[in-house]
Design a protein around this ligand. Structure first.
Ligand SMILES: [Zn+2]
Ligand SMILES: [Zn+2]
Length: 237
């Protein structure tokens, strides 16, 4: 379903970001600088069926640097090198305004080089934008997504310190993929894996595919999930 350019937390070399394709469109979920570096080292045409990219979309969860630090440079690269249109989708109007300031005012991107919108406009994939809590400094500006990709429901937490907003989507039946951030270190701003392990196992028992992402310590996380059906988010490269 989703594939990842990185599944690490903010202090890791490869920070968290995912993508999927739909026909000739590539849809990224967040884009840290580590993912930008991977994108320009590969032939991105190989990601699409026709080997001809129509539009690159970037769905943003929140404005921490480990999620948005590569987007402005990606805008420049898509415009000047690839000549591929790029659409940045913010989770809310407020985050859209923040991103306009970041790309236009701070990064100096040419307004002709990108289109900025809100994710609710991308109804073909985005069924719900899910508000959550993460850090006090970004209160009201952190989100996850309920996506429809083909016939599958994809629930993506983004950075969060609670699973409560997502539980309504994790019911029985259907083809459900749940991508949740998880930390081995306890903190007030992320999901502490030992606390949620039983809940996540109950989801896999119901047939929901559960993937861990935004990991701070893969070795410790592996020890916790090795006898379960919970998986690590798959790395593309
Ligand atoms: Zn993060
Ligand atoms: Zn964050």
């Amino acid at each position: 379903m989703l594939q990842f350019f990185g599944r690490g937390s903010a202090f890791q070399y490869e920070q968290n970001s995912a993508f999927f394709t739909d026909g000739d469109d590539i849809i990224l979920i967040d884009c840290p600088m580590s993912s930008f570096h991977k994108l320009i080292r590969m032939n991105i045409e190989q990601l699409t069926e026709s080997r001809n990219v129509r539009i690159i979309f970037v769905l943003v969860t929140h404005t921490h640097a480990d999620h948005v630090s590569g987007i402005a440079t990606l805008i420049q690269y898509a415009y000047y090198v690839w000549h591929i249109p790029i659409v940045i989708a913010a989770p809310s109007q407020e985050v859209k305004d923040d991103l306009r300031f970041l790309f236009s005012r701070l990064e100096g991107c040419d307004m002709a080089a990108f289109h900025l919108t809100t994710a609710d406009k991308l109804k073909i994939w985005v069924k719900d934008v899910i508000p959550t809590t993460h850090v006090p400094g970004l209160n009201g500006r952190c989100f996850g997504y309920n996506l429809k990709i083909g016939d599958a429901s994809v629930i993506y937490t983004g950075d969060t310190n609670t699973l409560e907003p997502y539980k309504q989507y994790l019911t029985d039946g259907g083809d459900i993929y749940f991508y949740t951030e998880a930390s081995a270190a306890k903190s007030p701003v992320h999901i502490y894996l030992p606390d949620e392990l039983d809940y996540l196992k109950s989801l896999t028992d119901k047939g929901i595919k559960v993937y861990l992402m935004h990991l701070d310590d893969e070795d410790k996380a592996y020890e916790l999930i090795k006898d379960t059906s919970i998986m690590f988010a798959p790395l593309y490269m």
